[in-house]
Design a protein around this ligand. Structure first.
Ligand SMILES: O=P(O)(O)OC[C@H]1O[C@H](O[C@H]2O[C@H](CO)[C@@H](O)[C@H](O)[C@H]2O)[C@H](O)[C@@H](O)[C@@H]1O
Length: 301
């Protein structure tokens, strides 16, 4: 629908939740904790009996790096396994399944890597969204913040793009990659990058061997997920559909938090102690294939 394009950001449901909670101390805000582990296809069937039903529409929202594609030495070297690609393509065309990718990559980057036409993609942690019919939503960033973006890139490139570290410029947010920096240099470079990012008013968040520089606005993967669901299914989506979200990184926790209670969410992590808003932990990235197989078993052709 065109509403995704026309809508200006007014108040999000999580804003509303925060306001309500501050008025009523009895309402509990979600907290991170360790989550029960799932490590096989049988585990999904055992731990989530009856969650999926072929007569109920499923919205499947997925992160890309570390979830669909294993973490690689460079963002250019990632790929999905043949099995993952096949499963995704099968699920994408099922009439009862709505598929969306929500990634930290630039929108055109994640679109070309996943390569499935007609599905919804969100890039830059949800700052840019394109639905299956081509309508676009770009989060309106404050002008002052936008003015700081290009100088921030220049300053990072001039000062800390060295010793193997590099800046991935995604036009509205960036990633500072330091995976290839020798161990004795990486700590200082990383701290210098964080200082530069923060001096331009951006947030510096830890990612896999990288720092994500994100604008300090109340818009993230969680808000993007809520907007996508509302736009596709209307305001009562939570009563009408099932939702699954899977992701592996800190930025995915925003979606897990926003979707708590109205979805089943999965954090990909080998760490049994990891603190998460997700309902379950997937013990390795391979288990994401089992998640798709479990869905495929219910939603056959
Ligand atoms: O939200 P995602 O789809 O998970 O994207 C998050 C970031 O992923 C990419 O960086 C990460 O993956 C690379 C490839 O495996 C890896 O080399 C890097 O160390 C990771 O940080 C991507 O480059 C970023 O733009 C995304 O924000």
């Amino acid at each position: 629908s065109n509403s995704i394009v026309k809508r200006s950001y007014i108040a999000s449901s999580s804003n509303f939740a925060a306001t309500s909670a501050s008025c009523n101390s009895k309402i509990k805000m979600p907290e991170k904790r360790t989550a029960p582990a799932i490590s096989s296809l049988e585990d999904f069937e055992r731990k989530l009996p009856g969650y999926l039903n072929e007569n109920t529409t499923l919205a499947l929202l997925l992160d890309y790096d570390g979830t669909l594609a294993a973490i690689a030495d460079s963002p250019k070297n990632t790929y999905m396994t043949v099995a993952m690609e096949k499963l995704l393509n099968q699920l994408a065309i099922h009439p009862k399944i709505f598929l969306a990718m929500i990634s930290g990559r630039a929108l055109n980057d994640v679109q070309s890597r996943v390569g499935i036409p007609g599905i919804t993609y969100a890039g830059n942690h949800g700052l840019e969204i394109e639905s299956g019919n081509g309508t676009r939503h770009d989060y309106p960033l404050p002008a002052k913040l936008q003015q700081h973006y290009a100088p921030m890139v220049v300053e990072l490139v001039e000062n800390v793009q060295k010793n193997g570290a590099w800046v991935e410029d995604k036009t509205v947010s960036l990633t500072y990659h330091y995976r290839d920096v020798p161990a004795d240099l990486s700590g200082a470079l990383k701290q210098q990058a964080i200082r530069i990012i923060e001096s331009h008013g951006y947030l510096a968040n830890q990612a896999h061997d990288a720092i994500e520089a994100k604008p300090p606005v109340n818009w993230h993967k969680g808000e993007a997920a809520l907007l996508i669901l509302k736009d596709k299914f209307g305001p009562n989506w939570a009563d009408e559909i099932k939702v699954i979200f899977a992701g592996d990184d800190n930025t995915d926790e925003d979606a897990m938090r926003s979707l708590q209670g109205v979805s089943k969410s999965f954090r990909v992590s080998a760490d049994p102690e990891i603190q998460t808003y997700a309902d379950f932990r997937l013990t390795s990235q391979n288990v994401v294939e089992d998640l798709l197989r479990w869905i495929r078993k219910t939603y056959k052709d």
